[in-house]
Design a protein around this ligand. Structure first.
Ligand code: NAI
Length: 398
């Protein structure tokens, strides 16, 4: 554990969510310790207090720090001496719970790692943004696809102008797991995602469309101006969209599209993005994340590989690698890269050094507002038959 610098100790983590039978909490717990810079020491792992405590041994959390609720976790941890209490709280619970948990955590001074979409609605996200700015905690949002080395490499290439002016972006996230109404048969992850009281105003667009949108924004840095969207519910009886297309106009004149589907047979987590610039085009797919194609008219297509020792990989790409080329890195490592760079800021905060809330390599609270604004405007546009609506928001990353 050499990388926490001046702090000279591991960061202490608490996990909210991740109880038995859940999905992403375990991914957080694994990614958070990948670099040996943190230890998971406390948790409120389930909405059911008995299950929360019963789940604690799965994470080696001691019984005295296995709490029955997030409120108890925050109250008891805040009362511990500074050399015992947790440094940060990870929120891996369904969408409707993110805001109250995040608000309580940061009001008590804890750094927060929150899963996406950031909140239930736009208003909550704006309030959270204000609270983060006032509280001066580190806040990271796990749009984990931003952590892939070749995504970071592409971002640096694009921001340096290597593809010229960006004119077109196609970002798609296709799944097939909600092709039938498995939510009626007790599939837990499907049940809350298709429930408007828990998921939010959108279904597929909130769950995965927001990832595709965030990736387009992250890789290009372009500022959106307007959106026109059509959302559909193809499975009869479902209350939230399971398919949709959005067209986005960007301030620089570029045109983008986001497609999200949860009803496409055989698609697993097929997030893929293509970006066209005046000097070149790139294509990247998260199911094959260690390669990226760069095309320029009149030249052979170039296949970039994730190789930290190759001269073609830029500084940003290299900083996101752990293994030599040919040993595939994927979901856990990308997730861990959100943590890695948030840890650098947590160490700065703990050491009394300045850090930025907005200018971060990892998605932050402003990106969370951007995502919620996107969801809100897509739903509103779709209700008005695809009417063009503004995507401008004062919180947007510039
Ligand atoms: P899940 O349903 O598998 O697990 C949710 C867990 O949170 C359960 O253990 C549940 O008991 C617990 N929980 C619910 N309310 C709670 C409360 N008030 N206090 C403590 N624990 C509580 O859900 P899943 O799939 O793990 O998703 C969780 C969140 O992560 C969602 O916001 C989802 O959008 C996001 N997610 C992000 C992914 C990514 O790639 N970044 C992938 C999957 C999910």
């Amino acid at each position: 554990m050499a990388t926490n610098g001046k702090l000279n100790r591991k960061l202490r983590m608490a996990l909210v969510g991740g109880g038995q039978g859940s999905f992403i909490g375990r991914v957080h717990a694994t990614a958070a310790v990948l670099d040996n810079r943190a230890a998971l020491v406390a948790g409120a792992l389930s909405s059911d207090p008995a299950k929360a405590k019963a789940s604690a041994p799965d994470y080696d959390i001691l019984p005295e720090r296995a709490y029955g609720s997030y409120a108890e976790l925050i109250e008891k941890e805040a009362a511990l001496p500074a050399d015992k209490r947790v440094d940060f709280i990870t929120i891996a619970t369904p969408n409707h719970t993110h805001f109250p948990i995040a608000k309580a955590a940061l009001s008590a001074g804890f750094n927060v790692i929150c899963d996406k979409p950031m909140t239930f609605d736009l208003k909550q996200s704006e309030e959270l943004c204000e609270l983060v700015k006032k509280s001066q905690v580190v806040f990271a949002l796990t749009h984990n696809y931003t952590g892939y080395p070749l995504v970071r490499h592409a971002r640096q290439m694009i921001l340096a102008g290597e593809l010229g002016e960006i004119q077109a972006i196609r970002s798609n996230y296709l799944q097939g797991w909600l092709r039938s109404r498995i939510e009626t048969g007790g599939q837990k992850q499907a049940a809350w995602r298709t429930d408007p009281g828990k998921s939010g105003a959108a279904g597929s667009f909130g769950d995965i469309g927001t990832h595709a949108y965030n990736l387009a924004r992250y890789m290009t840095g372009l500022i959106p101006s307007e959106v026109s969207c059509h959302l559909k519910i193809f499975e009869p009886g479902r209350q939230l969209d399971d398919y949709g297309h959005a067209v986005i106009r960007f301030e620089n004149g570029a045109l983008g599209s986001v497609t999200a589907s949860q009803i496409s047979h055989g698609r697993e987590n097929d997030l893929f993005i293509e970006i066209d610039g005046t000097k070149g085009a790139i294509a990247w797919r998260q199911e094959e994340p260690n390669v990226m194609t760069v095309r320029r008219n009149g030249q052979p297509h170039a296949l970039y590989t994730r190789d930290p020792n190759a001269p073609h990989l830029n500084e940003s790409g290299k900083a996101a690698c752990r293994l030599p080329a040919g040993h595939p890195e994927a979901f856990f490592e990308a997730f861990a890269n959100v943590y890695r760079f948030a840890y650098d800021d947590m160490v700065k905060r703990a050491s009394g050094e300045k850090f930025s809330h907005i200018d971060t390599i990892y998605p932050n609270v402003a990106d969370g507002v951007d995502g919620m604004n996107f969801i809100q405007q897509c739903v509103a546009s779709s209700h008005e038959n695809g009417k063009w609506l503004s995507l401008k928001h004062p919180a947007l990353r510039r």
